[in-house]
Each structure stands twice: as C-alpha cells, then as structure tokens.
Design a protein around this ligand. Structure first.
Ligand SMILES: [Fe+2]
Ligand SMILES: [Fe+2]
Length: 298
C-alpha cells in the first residue's frame, strides 16, 4: 500500500512491527538507520543493549500497552492525556532552549535549538489533536489559555537561558542519555496512542489526525537519532563500562518513574506529577543532587 505523503520511511518501519516488546532497541536502530547514522554508534548500541538486558523497561511490555489502551477508552482520560502531553512538550522545549543557549559545542547547540523548536511545535500539535477530537468538551476560554503551554520558539530566534532554569548549563553525556531514553519512551507512547486515538476518529478528522501523528513520531525518532550520535561522540572519551553503567542507571530511574506513573494511570508525567518525584524532571537540582535529576524531554 502506498504510504501517505506525510509519512516517512522510518515511521512506516517502526509501525510495521507487531512486537509488544523489544521496541526500545528497535526504535533506536530504526531512528539511526533513517537518520543516516546506521553503523555509526557501536558504543551507544552496545551500552543500550546491555542496559535493556539488566533493566528491562516496563514501558516496553504488552501489559503496559494494554493498560494504556484500557485507560484511553475514557474520552476524559484521553483529553487530559493530550493536554498533559502538550504541557510536557512545552516544558521540554524550554529546557532545551536553555541547554542550547549554554552549549559549548556549535554543532550540538544547533541540534538542541532545532529540538527545542520541534518540541515547542509539538505542544501546539497536541492541542490541535485535542481540537480535532474533543473541541465540543473544552471550554473556549480554557482552550485559549492552553496555547500558553507552548513557548512558540522559532528557528529565527536566538536561544537564551530561561531565567532560573537548572538547564542553563553546558549539557553532559548524562543529559543526552536521559534525553535519549525519554525520546524512545515517547516514540513508544506514540505507537500506543494510534489505536487509542482511532476510537475518536471520524471521517472528517481521520486524515488530519493521521498526518499529525506521523509528523510527531518522525520528529521523535529524529530526536532519538541525534542524541544517540552525540552520546557516541562523547562516549569515546569515557570507558565502555562507565557508559554502560550510566545508561543502566538511567534506565533504572526511568523504569521507576514509569512504574510510579502506572499506579496513577499516568503516561508521561505532567509537571505537577514530576514535582512529587525526587528523581523526576522538574526538581531544580543543586550541584550535589545533580546525579539524580532526570531530563525528561520528549
Ligand atoms: Fe522529542
Ligand atoms: Fe515531542
């Protein structure tokens, strides 16, 4: 079957799998392959595979997908989930904007800026999904306020650190590892969101929803790819074992957050949710706390 114009090859390849697990490694490999970086990241892939073996992610299981699908049968849950996603994307955009502004490496700085612009746009795309599916249920005044969830960054703007942000710093390999895991998890959430959103398709909105979903997933796979390439580059300065240990530790942290969220039937935590978790993204870390803080940017 011909692929819709808006859908890229990596999206098709990722969607083609019916695996209920093994999607983390698959997402990384598909993303690298279509990002033109196949075979370029042996250290990253080895460390990823080792981490997955020792800390298998709960978000890569059939049970997790089933819980998501069941929760999404409620339109209220689905609508709140779209708003939460918009909030998270906008929040992530601001973190990336600060990291980009303070990044020492010119190439990485450009990539982080593009990533921030992407996430800023994603916040608005999730709200577009909300409009396409639940417009009749959202108070117009509240809906207008939701537009503020996106910082609306554009490529023409010059990144500047967001005042008071703990992300106003030169990013480390640890930051890129956490971003990479978060991006992979978001890509997996996109796969789960497709059948969930299909419940709310109508002949009038089906095509537009599909093209927004394709665009979001394509971007997330690009984010997986570029962060993997940066990890590989920075990993050359550290030992294999050190990289594996750090990757494993970050998976363990993300896995715990995922399990905590599952207890609340939340997928991809909101800013309020993160504030309750000592290892989560919105906690402003002091220098001594830094190793525990997670960069959940998706
Ligand atoms: Fe992303
Ligand atoms: Fe995103």
């Amino acid at each position: 079957m011909a692929r819709p114009d808006s859908r890229s090859a990596e999206v098709d390849e990722f969607l083609a799998t019916d695996a209920s697990s093994g999607r983390v490694a698959l997402a990384a490999r598909v993303a690298l392959s279509h990002g033109g970086a196949a075979g370029e990241c042996p250290l990253y892939l080895e460390a990823l595979d080792r981490a997955l073996e020792e800390e298998p992610p709960p978000f890569d299981t059939a049970t997790y997908a089933e819980i998501y699908l069941n929760a999404s049968a409620s339109w209220q849950w689905m609508a709140v989930s779209l708003i939460t996603n918009a909030e998270r994307e906008g929040d992530g955009a601001k973190r990336l904007w600060s990291l980009s502004a303070c990044c020492d490496d010119e190439g990485a700085q450009r990539l982080l800026k593009r990533h921030a612009v992407d996430e800023s746009r994603h916040a608005l795309l999730y709200l577009a999904l909300l409009d396409l599916t639940f417009a009749d249920h959202v108070d117009p005044e509240f809906r207008l306020e939701l537009n503020e969830l996106s910082p609306k960054y554009s490529p023409k703007q010059e990144p500047a650190p967001v005042e008071g942000s703990p992300y106003a710093k030169n990013p480390s390999i640890d930051d890129f590892l956490q971003m990479n895991i978060a991006e992979i998890r978001t890509a997996i959430h996109h796969i789960m969101q497709r059948p969930a959103m299909a419940r709310y398709f109508t002949p009038a909105n089906r095509r537009r929803i599909g093209s927004i979903q394709d665009a979001l997933l394509r971007d997330e796979l690009n984010h997986v790819s570029y962060t993997a390439v940066l990890i590989e580059r920075l990993a050359e300065r550290m030992g294999r074992e050190e990289l594996s240990a750090l990757f494993r530790r970050r998976f363990r942290d993300f896995n715990q957050i995922t399990l905590d969220e599952l207890g609340e039937a939340a997928f991809d935590c909101s800013v309020a949710c993160c504030a309750r978790h000592p290892t989560c993204r919105s906690r402003a870390p002091s220098a001594s706390e830094r190793p525990l803080e997670l960069v959940q940017i998706a």
